[in-house]
Design a protein. Structure first.
Lengths: 285, 307
């Protein structure tokens, strides 16, 4: 649109064909470089054990699906999956409820100190996790929460980013809707769940997606507070597994595919709402 | 009309009718969680940084600024800052540049399947870092890793990338760039799509070619996006940890020991918690400064552009 002349509604011209071809010639190799790690991971995960070395090839030509079975037998991946799912669902559910409540208060309720409190909440976004990790670790220790689900869930039950994302969405709905609901006798609680949240369902879904990815990809915090075999989440489990089977590349890559697939599928299924949420929040943040 | 109630009754009714009780109720859970796991810990880390406290033993000794003095005298600390700065500079700059160029191509009207391309380049952003690092270990394996296979095919000698003091950091950087690229691309693309076409139409009339238009129109118009991406990129890279932990644990020697790794090793391998807290404080201050800079800069940027 900006690099090249706009074609309008003209018929296909040699010039247009040429531009389309040039674009493909640039983008196909670029995308190939970005995607080759996935291909290499997948191909290796299907190789026969011990043939990782030679001769090298990029596309799978043998399909040793038994590697996945071996990887799943060698480490309790099912357990890791289950743990991660429990943590992810709990975090999503609590963030939907708690962040919606807080966002509603900041968007629609009048109370003294509202702006100050909102700024204070926003301020937590500039505190890096690594700055608070030692005291947080000590809190978990004092509560005797090591190797429990609480340790993985409670500190993450709500965060300023989710509140901010929802509040920005909430203030953009027409005020009339809310006033009408209130005149009909809805309490604030009912107005939130029957009017405001349904009108902003796409933002709530986006926030839930971010929360899922966060929980699925999380590593440092579980490493510190829940590193027992029974409690490991998927990324931690993958790393421990890889440490144990360092030279068994086929099993290791089967495990890695296992740990990677779900977020990729989820993103591809929901990419539109994901990307729009990211650009909206990113441009404002 | 009702008879006026007493003052205290009036006050109670007003409170009940006001939003204050509801607001309190709605905000209480968030206040508790953020209070216990954000506000209290950030205060706690400052406090802890004034103490000597090793191995979680009950004895905590107040030592004033000694942790900071030792920190600023430690060569290893300055090394970690240098490594982090190099990582941050390269990852931020390269992902920004590549992201901008790719965004311009993806923004072309004649491109078929725009959302397909966008998704492909974005996949690494949603890929778990630990899993990606596993693949990186394999790709950069000295024996049969794809990188060395390709190099040998070109007649070059392969390297033992992650064990090489010179090349370990660039290898870690390559993973950082791979994961960051999709993010800058998406934000640049969104910014490009919001630009008015009029700028380009008048430039075309003036006879500007594609490169001139890119340099003299697109790049200046994207200024605020660029500043925001630089600052977000600096914050993100400055805190890098996961991929370093999985790929090198800071090695060989301390060639890839970024500050996050340095903090982790001191706090949770050596359990020097007071000293670790002092490193945390330094990390907090750097990130806070960049965040405040972002708010100021973005403000200035948009004010200038409005002229």
């Amino acid at each position: 649109m900006n690099l090249l002349r706009r074609p309008g509604a003209e018929p296909v011209t040699p010039r247009k064909v040429r531009i389309t071809l040039i674009l493909a010639l640039i983008l196909i190799p670029a995308a190939f470089v970005v995607l080759v790690p996935y291909l290499w991971m997948f191909t290796t995960s299907l190789k026969v054990r011990g043939t990782t070395g030679l001769p090298p090839y990029l596309f799978p030509n043998v399909f040793e699906f038994g590697n996945y079975l071996k990887a799943w037998q060698a480490a309790p991946f099912l357990r890791y999956y289950l743990n991660t799912t429990i943590v992810a669902i709990s975090i999503i559910a609590s963030r939907v409820v708690l962040a919606s409540l807080a966002a509603y208060a900041f968007a629609f309720l009048r109370f003294p100190g509202r702006n100050l409190l909102f700024l204070l909440f926003l301020g937590t976004m500039m505190i890096p996790f690594q700055a608070t990790i030692i005291p947080s670790y000590l809190i978990i220790r004092d509560l005797q929460w090591f190797n429990t689900f609480q340790a993985l869930i409670v500190p993450r039950m709500v965060d300023a980013f989710s509140i901010f994302l929802l509040r920005q969405a909430f203030i953009s709905i027409p005020r009339d809707y809310l006033d009408a609901a209130r005149l009909d006798g809805c309490s604030h609680w009912q107005a939130l769940w029957k009017v405001v949240v349904p009108l902003n369902s796409s933002s709530v879904v986006t926030m839930g997606l971010f929360a899922f990815l966060f929980a699925w990809n999380d590593y440092l915090w579980p490493l510190l507070v829940a590193n027992s075999e029974q409690m490991r989440t998927i990324q931690l489990g993958l790393q421990v597994f890889a440490g144990r089977y360092q030279t068994e590349w086929t099993y290791m890559m089967a495990g890695t595919v296992t740990a990677t697939l779900l977020p990729l599928i989820l993103f591809l299924a929901a990419q539109r709402s994901f990307i729009s949420g990211l650009t909206r929040s990113g441009l404002k943040g | 009309m009702q008879v006026r109630s007493t003052d205290s009754h009036n006050w109670l009714t007003r409170l009940r009718r006001s939003d204050i009780p509801t607001a309190l109720l709605f905000l209480l859970p968030s206040l508790v969680i953020l209070g216990v796991f954000n506000f209290y810990p950030i205060a706690g880390v400052f406090r802890l940084s004034f103490f000597k406290w090793d191995n979680l033993s009950p004895a905590k000794t107040f030592i004033g600024l000694d942790n900071f003095i030792r920190l600023f005298q430690s060569e290893r600390f300055w090394n970690s800052l240098k490594v982090t700065a190099e990582y941050t500079l390269v990852v931020t700059a390269v992902s920004l540049l590549l992201g901008l160029v790719l965004a311009v191509f993806l923004n072309n009207r004649m491109l078929l399947g725009k959302s397909f391309w966008r998704s492909m380049f974005f996949l690494p952003v949603v890929t778990p870092t630990v899993a990606a690092a596993m693949v990186w270990i394999l790709l950069f394996n000295p024996g049969f890793g794809l990188v060395n296979v390709v190099l040998r095919a070109l007649g070059l000698d392969g390297l033992n990338w992650l064990a090489d003091k010179t090349w370990a950091l660039p290898t870690v950087m390559s993973l950082g760039i791979w994961r960051r690229l999709g993010f800058t691309l998406i934000l640049y693309l969104a910014a490009l799509q919001s630009l008015s076409k009029e700028y380009y139409e008048s430039a075309e009339i003036d006879g500007a070619n594609a490169l001139q238009r890119f340099l003299h129109i697109t790049v200046p118009l994207l200024r605020s996006t660029t500043i925001m991406l630089i600052i977000l990129g600096v914050i993100d890279s400055f805190l890098v940890f996961d991929q370093v932990m999985v790929l090198t644990r800071g090695g060989p020697d301390d060639a890839t020991e970024v500050i996050g790794m340095f903090m982790y090793l001191n706090s949770f391998s050596l359990f020097k918690l007071g000293y670790g807290a002092a490193i945390s404080v330094v990390m907090f201050v750097v990130v806070a400064v960049f965040t405040l800079m972002q708010w100021r800069f973005v403000g200035f940027g948009s004010a200038e552009e409005a002229e």
